[in-house]
Design a protein around this ligand. Structure first.
Ligand SMILES: Cc1ncc(COP(=O)(O)O)c(C=O)c1O
Length: 394
């Protein structure tokens, strides 16, 4: 089997399947009636699966948003950044101090959001370099941090943090642990309960192949407790639309405080149904298989991968351009080869491209996309040895 047509290999938004697109074309329904509450119940239950939490009923009035592990899932009308801001604004007081190690654009964004709502110690590592866990440990020994926040899978640089090690450290130092899981949840193993994570955020348009503009948070009982306490003490940061208390109040009833993104919720629920059919494990494996193939292929051809070896992401691979090639290659790839990958951000702009391996991308599409990338590199004068691309994905 081979792939024909466009290759869409960006690290989100990813292609949506027909079930998702059809669900979004459902005629309008009211935001408060039983029809939409049933949609929410299905979505909540699908989210619990994607978050790798204990199962819940997908029927309304059956507490679809929670389960045995005590975590609750909260749907946010807005992209992943809104969900991240919701967690941070509600969970911290202005005097709290949080630790944010970063090695790319999205981690830095986590630090920037925190700066709006509390005090931040920003441990800024070079883009693509692993965190120095010894330095993190030393920081935590100071016992002054309310929480550690990380971008679990750094989409800008293609590095995945060692979340299990950081979680263990946080537990030992009794420090809360919060993850931006926007390009990890659904694409690689994430274990909120095992890691005792207080909150994990995901965006629909990434690994779960849902629509853009809707996101979700999984919050632990301790997180809810802390947010309640801060609220009760009248010590909250300013927020209104992103008031977690309002969301938690409505969640029990399969509802949201404001008019929800109704059609996006329907689409996401359908996409999560496809994930459940595939299973988390199979999707994680497929993403790993795709990313491994890309990593090995480009490394063998002499390309430099940005991220430190051993922590390279399974949902996005960041590859440096060879000498003399820049983003005009990407334009040609799109226009002549009908294949899209994404460029780099900030200081790496024009120096690197990123290949997404998330969502429902079939192996055949990745194989074809890589063949086209190599053809386009050859057209740009890169001298590459002959390789059997397909063999990297077997
Ligand atoms: C890891 C990560 N965090 C945060 C974001 C921002 O998410 P959104 O654009 O959905 O607000 C992105 C987007 O690419 C991301 O990859």
């Amino acid at each position: 089997m081979s792939h024909s047509g466009d290759c869409f290999l960006v690290p989100g938004p990813v292609r949506m399947n027909d079930a998702c697109l059809q669900a979004m074309a459902t005629p309008v329904m009211t935001a408060r009636g039983p029809e939409f509450r049933q949609v929410m119940a299905g979505l909540n239950s699908g989210l619990r699966y994607a978050f790798n939490l204990s199962p819940s009923s997908s029927e309304m009035k059956h507490q679809s948003w929670t389960g045995e592990d005590g975590y609750k899932v909260v749907v946010v009308s807005g992209s992943g950044t809104a969900a991240m801001e919701m967690v941070i604004a509600n969970r911290f007081r202005q005097n709290d101090l949080v630790l944010v190690p970063t090695n790319g654009k999205f981690g830095e964004r986590v630090a920037q959001i925190c700066e709006q709502f509390c005090n931040v110690k920003h441990l800024k590592y070079e883009w693509g370099r692993s965190f120095d866990l010894y330095e993190l440990e030393q920081q935590l020994e100071r016992k002054c941090y309310e929480a550690v926040l990380i971008c679990h899978n750094e989409t800008s640089t293609g590095i995945t943090q060692d979340a299990a090690a950081i979680a263990e450290m946080c537990a030992r130092h009794e420090t809360s642990f919060i993850l931006d899981g926007i390009t990890s949840v659904g694409g690689m193993p994430v274990h909120p309960a095992e890691w005792k994570a207080e909150a994990v955020v995901m965006g629909a348009q990434k690994c779960t192949a849902g629509p853009s503009g809707i996101a979700a948070v999984a919050v632990s009982p301790h997180c809810v407790e802390r947010m309640n306490a801060i609220h009760a003490q009248n010590d909250t940061n300013p927020r209104y639309y992103l008031d977690m208390m309002a969301a938690l109040k409505k969640g029990d009833d399969d509802q949201t405080p404001w008019t929800p993104a109704i059609n996006l919720a329907m689409g996401w629920s359908a996409a999560l149904g496809i994930l459940k059919e595939e299973t988390n494990e199979e999707r994680w494996n497929r993403c790993e298989h795709l990313a491994k193939g890309v990593r090995n292929l480009f490394s063998d051809l002499g390309f430099v991968l940005l991220a430190d070896e051993g922590q390279r992401s399974n949902t996005v691979t960041a590859i440096m351009y060879p000498e003399g090639i820049d983003d005009s290659w990407r334009s040609a790839l799109k226009d002549k080869y009908h294949t899209q990958v994404i460029g780099a951000q900030d200081h790496l702009k024009g120096k690197m491209f990123r290949v997404g391996s998330m969502g429902e991308t079939p192996v055949e599409e990745m194989v074809e996309g890589c063949i086209r990338m190599l053809a386009c590199f050859a057209e740009f004068g890169a001298e590459l040895q002959e390789v059997d691309v397909r063999s990297y994905f077997q």
